[in-house]
Design a protein around this ligand. Sequence first.
Ligand SMILES: *Cc1c(COP(=O)(O)O)cnc(C)c1O
Length: 437
Amino acid sequence: MATKEPFSQSKSQAFDKNHLWHPYSPPPSPTNRENLLVKAASGVHLTLADDTKVIDAMSSWWCTIHGYNNAHINASVSEQLTDMAHVMFGGITHQPAIELGKKLLDIAPSTLTNIFYSDSGSVAVEVAMKMAVQYQYALGNSGKCKFLSIRSGYHGDTWKAMSVSDPSTGMHHLFSGALQAEHFAPRPPIQLQQEWLQDPSKNGLQEVAQTLEAHGKHIAAMILEPLVQGAGGMYFYHPNYLNECRKLCDDHNVLLIFDEIATGFGRTGKLFATNHCQVQPDIMCLGKAITGGYLSFAATLCSHKVTHSIASGEPGLFMHGPTFMANPLACSAAIASLELLESTPWQQWVARIELQLESELGKARGLKGVADVRVLGAIGVIEMDHPVDASLAQALCAELGVWLRPFGHNIYCMPPYIITSEELSKVTRAMIQLTKK
Ligand SMILES: *Cc1c(COP(=O)(O)O)cnc(C)c1O
C-alpha cells in the first residue's frame, strides 16, 4: 500500500487553489484567495484545520437543519451501509425508498401523490419541467412547452433550471446563444409583512395575467419559489400572490410548480412554505435539507392529475432516470431526518430563532449602509445598499467565530434549528459587525 503523505495545511490549500473549482468562484489559480480548510463538523460547529471552531450560520446552504454529526442520522446511514450502499432503481425497488416515500406523502400537500427521486435540486427542477411538458403533450397541447417565472428567483444551475432563474443574477447574457428565453413577471411587489392590495396593478398580478393572456397557449407551467426567494435575493413576498397565481394558471391550463428546495422542512416556521398559503401546487420540488444535509438528494412530487395525463399519453413513459435515483444511503439519511422532525420540538426552536433574529438584527435597521432587515422563521437577512464582499466574511471568519457567506447585497443566516440563543447572539453580532466593514 502506498504511504500517505503527512498532512500539510499549506500544501493542501495550495493544491486546492491550483486545481479545484469552487461554486461561483474564479477558476483555479495560484493567485486565488485561500479557501477555509474544514476538517470536521459537529452540532452547529465547523472545526478548521488549526482546531478553531466556528458556528456555521449558513447550515451549509440551507441543508444541515439538525446540525452536523447527528447521532440518529449517523446510525441510520451506518445501518443502511451494512445492507447496501446503492442499487439501481430501474426494475428494482427497496425499503428505504418505500419508507421515505410514505413519510414524504404523509407530510406533503395532500394533492401530491407521486414521487420522482433524483440526485440534486437542479435535477429535481429539470424533472418538474419535463413533467409539465409531457403533461401538456399528452393532452394534445404540444405547443405548450414554455415557462413563466418571476424575477429574482433561483432554481438551479442546469440549463432549464437556469433559464427560469433571474436573468441578471443568473447571467443569462453569458449563455444567451445556448439558453432558451422564457417568460418573466416582475418580482412580487408586496412583501410578506405588508398589507395585501387587491388592485392587480399594485400587487404584481396584472403582469402575470397579461403574460398568460398573450402567451398562455405556449406556456406549460409557472414555476416559482413559494413565499421566499432564496439565492436570487433573500426576499419574502405575500402568500396571496400565490393564491391568485393558482387561479390565473388554472384559467389558462398552466401547471403550477413550487420549488421548495430551500424552504422545505421547516425553515420558514411551517414544514413547507406552501403551508403559508391556501393553495397547493401541481408539482413540488424538494432538496437541500431533505437528507438533513448528509447527501446530495432531491425529490419531485406531483399530483395524480399530472401522473395520469403522462401515463395516458404517448409514449406512456416518463423520460428521465438518474443513475443514482433513490440511492438507499440518501433515503436512509432522509428517513432519519424526517424522524427527527417528528420527534423534536423544531417548531418551538424555529419560533425562538425568529423572535431572537427579529430583536437582534432589528438593531441593524437605520445603521449606515443598511437598506432593509428581514426575518422569517430561521432566516435572517440584512440587506445592504451596496454589494457585500463574500471574501471579507471569509477572512474574518475565525475572528468573528462565525461562518457567513454574504451574497449580492445581503448578509444573511439560516442556522441549524438546534442553535442555542448564546450561539445565535454570536451570529447576529457577527452579521452586524460585517455591515460596518
Ligand atoms: C439550491 C436550490 C436549487 C438547486 O439545488 P442544487 O442541489 O444546488 O442543484 C434549486 N432551487 C432552489 C430554490 C434552491 O435554493
